[in-house]
Design a protein around this ligand. Structure first.
Ligand code: SME
Length: 158
């Protein structure tokens, strides 16, 4: 098992006692993008209901939030793409080969694998953490454990 304890400690330091969630989302995106190998994009999509502080609707959508990497798609409905599917299911989805995920939304033609972890507060999905790689099979069990730990830690700070 890979040792991500240092990265997790850095993530905690960036999210702790942070009065403005958007700053935490931005810094965590930067940390993951810069310190996890072979990552082509790292960032957050945020639920429109969270951004606007309204009740969640069936029509809720994910809107592009803070990220590092190339410009990306702005709107993803719940249930669509890897991000919207993970948000609707309230479960992490790791896609080893995007060609094998029919609903995958290609923001960057070079992307080959992806992992999406929903961010949940009071039982409501407020957004997702999305990480992409140009390498097939980049995200395995170790990365899933790391990224879920980062998100569980973040949720406590929100
Ligand atoms: N591939 C994602 C879209 C977002 S980009 O990867 C940044 C999806 O299928 O939801």
């Amino acid at each position: 098992m890979k040792d991500f304890s240092e990265l997790l400690a850095k993530a905690k330091a960036l999210a702790e006692d942070n009065p403005w969630p958007i700053s935490a989302f931005a810094n965590l995106s930067s940390l993951i993008y810069n310190e996890l190998e072979d990552v082509s994009w790292a960032g957050f999509y945020l639920a429109e209901s969270y951004i606007k502080s309204t009740e969640a609707q069936d029509s809720d959508r994910l809107l592009l939030g803070p990220f590092c990497g190339k410009p990306a798609c702005i709107v993803i409905p719940f249930g669509k793409g890897v991000c919207g599917t993970a948000a609707a299911a309230k479960e992490t989805i790791a896609v080893k080969d995007i060609e094998l995920f029919p609903g995958h939304i290609a923001c960057d033609e070079g992307s080959r694998s992806e992992i999406v972890v929903p961010v949940i507060k009071a039982d409501k999905v407020i957004g997702v953490l999305d990480i992409d790689s140009y390498r097939t099979g980049r995200f395995g069990d170790d990365e899933k454990i790391l990224l879920e730990a980062v998100v569980r830690m973040l949720e406590k700070e929100l």
